[in-house]
Design a protein around this ligand. Structure first.
Ligand code: SAM
Length: 414
C-alpha cells in the first residue's frame, strides 16, 4: 500500500491516514510517500514499515533513526518545529487549551550533550557482552560510541569495551553499567543483582575513573536502586551550574544535559517572586538553590536519600540560609509546609489526584510546573484551570535527536 506521512507521533513514528484508518509507520517523515508493509492491524488503526520510498523529505538527514535516538534522521531545526507543534497540539487535544507557546529554549549542541547513560550487560553464549538493547528485542548491540553522550562518557565506553574484549567475563550478577560525568571526571556504577560479585577485583584493577561504585539493586527493572558502595575513588562528582556548587552521587537525580538545564533554570528564575516556595520533586535541590536568590524561603523535597544528601552538601557549600532540603514524599509534605508558591518537577506520571486536590483547595499564589511528559502535564493543567490561569508555556529542547520533551508552564492564582 502507498501512504503519505502527515505528521510524527509522540514516539517519532510517521502518522498516515487511508480509508478511515490511521497507520503508524516506522522511519517515515512528514511529507514522505512510501510503499508500506502493514505489520499489525487493530480496529481502526495499524502499524507498518517502509518497503520503498516514493518521495523523500528534504529534511531527512540519515537513512535510519538510532535505537537511542529516534529523531536522528530528522533535521535539527525541524526537530524544534516538531516539539513546538506537538506541544500546541497536545494542549489543544487533551485540555482544549489554545494558547501560543513561547520560543523554544535550547542551545547549539545537538550531539554529545548527555552526561549520563546506562549500558546493559547480558550473557551471550558463555561470555558477558556489553552494549545497549536494540529496540524491544532485548538483543544486545555493542556500542562503539554514543552520539549523544559527552567525551568523558565515550572514553569510559572505550575502556569498558576493551575490558570486555580482553577478558572472558562470565559472572551474570553484573547487570548494568551506568556512566556519569561532570564534563571532566567519570563516575562508573556497576549494578549487580547480588551483593557477591566474583569479577569485582579484576574489573577494579583494570578500570580507571574518578569514582567507582557497586550498586546492588533488588528490583531487576531499576537501572539504579538499592544500596551503593564506593569501591574506588571519590564519593561524588563535583559540578558547578550558574555559579552554584553541586555534588553528584550514584543514584541521586540530576538533569543529564547541563547546558540546556542552565537555560531552563535561568528561565524559571525570571518568574520567581519574593515569596516562600515548595521545590517539589527537587532532586539535589538545584532549582531550590538557584531560585533562593529571589525567593524569600525555599523548602526542597525529594524522596531519594542520595538526592537529599547531595542537596544538603551543596546548600552548605553554597552557604545558603534560606533553602532547606527535606527527605520525604511530596504528597505528605505539601500539607505540612506553609508556602505561597510551588515548583513542581515530577516524574513522567505527573501529579497524583491527592496533590491536585490540595492545590485546588488551597490556591497558591504561583505554580511553576516543569514536566518531561506533555500528556500528563496537559491532563493535570486541565484540572487546575478553574483556580489558576496560564501565564506562559515554554518548550525546552533538552534532548536533540529524540522525541523527549521538557516544558515549563507558569500559572498564577485567578
Ligand atoms: C524530574 S526529577 C526532578 C529534578 C530536579 N527538580 C532537578 O531539576 O534536578 C524527579 C524527582 O522526583 C523524585 N520523586 C519521585 N517521587 C517522589 C515523591 N513521591 N516525593 C518526592 N520526590 C519524589 C525523584 O527522586 C526525582 O529526584
Amino acid at each position: 500500500m502507498i501512504l503519505e506521512c502527515i505528521d510524527l507521533d509522540f514516539n517519532g513514528k510517521g502518522v498516515c491516514k487511508k480509508d478511515g484508518f490511521v497507520y503508524f509507520i516506522d522511519n517515515i517523515l512528514k511529507g514522505e510517500v512510501a510503499e508500506v508493509k502493514i505489520t499489525e492491524t487493530k480496529k481502526n488503526y495499524g502499524f507498518g514499515e517502509v518497503v520503498k520510498y516514493v518521495r523523500k523529505s528534504p529534511y531527512r538527514t540519515h537513512d535510519f533513526p538510532l535505537s537511542y535516538a529516534n529523531l536522528y534522521h530528522l533535521d535539527n531545526q525541524i526537530q524544534l518545529d516538531y516539539q513546538n507543534e506537538l506541544t500546541k497540539e497536545t494542549f489543544k487535544k487533551i485540555s482544549n487549551i489554545d494558547i501560543n507557546v513561547e520560543k523554544i529554549i535550547t542551545d547549539d549542541k545537538p550531539f554529545y550533550y548527555r552526561n549520563k547513560i546506562t549500558l546493559q550487560v547480558k550473557k551471550v553464549g558463555n561470555q558477558l557482552k556489553l552494549g545497549s538493547f536494540e529496540n524491544k528485542s532485548h538483543q544486545i548491540e555493542v556500542l562503539e560510541s554514543h552520539l549523544l553522550a559527552d567525551e568523558v562518557i565515550n572514553n569510559g565506553i572505550k575502556q569498558l569495551n576493551n575490558l570486555f574484549d580482553k577478558y572472558p567475563l562470565t559472572d551474570e550478577s553484573l547487570k548494568k553499567i551506568t556512566l556519569r560525568s561532570n564534563n571532566k571526571d567519570l563516575m562508573i556504577v556497576f549494578t549487580t543483582s547480588t551483593e557477591k560479585w566474583n569479577e569485582k577485583e579484576l574489573i577494579l584493577s583494570e578500570i580507571k575513573a574518578y569514582s567507582i561504585y557497586q550498586n546492588y539493586a533488588e528490583v531487576e527493572e531499576e537501572n539504579l536502586g538499592g544500596i551503593s558502595t564506593l569501591l574506588k575513588g571519590k564519593p561524588s562528582l563535583p559540578l558547578e551550574l550558574l555559579g552554584l556548587k553541586f555534588r553528584l552521587y550514584p543514584t541521586g537525580f540530576f538533569q543529564t544535559n547541563y547546558g540546556v538545564t542552565e537555560l531552563l533554570y535561568k528561565r524559571v528564575l525570571q518568574e520567581i517572586k519574593p515569596i516562600t516556595y515548595l521545590d517539589a520533586y527537587a532532586g539535589a535541590a538545584t532549582i531550590g538553590q538557584i531560585i533562593s536568590k529571589k525567593a524569600k524561603q525555599v523548602f526542597s523535597v525529594d524522596i531519594n536519600q542520595d538526592s537529599i544528601q547531595s542537596a544538603n552538601e551543596s546548600i552548605q557549600l553554597n552557604k545558603l540560609n534560606n533553602v532547606e532540603a527535606i527527605l520525604g514524599d511530596v504528597e505528605e509534605k505539601i500539607n505540612q509546609l506553609e508556602v505561597e508558591g510551588i515548583i513542581f518537577d515530577p516524574p513522567r506520571s505527573g501529579l497524583s489526584k491527592k496533590i491536585i486536590e490540595t492545590i485546588m483547595s488551597k490556591p497558591f499564589e504561583q505554580i511553576i510546573y516543569i514536566s518531561c511528559n506533555l500528556r500528563t502535564l496537559s491532563r493535570d493543567l486541565n484540572l487546575l484551570l478553574t483556580k489558576y490561569k496560564i501565564i506562559n508555556i515554554i518548550p525546552v529542547k533538552m534532548f536533540y535527536q529524540t522525541t523527549e520533551t521538557e516544558t515549563i508552564v507558569v500559572l498564577d492564582k485567578m
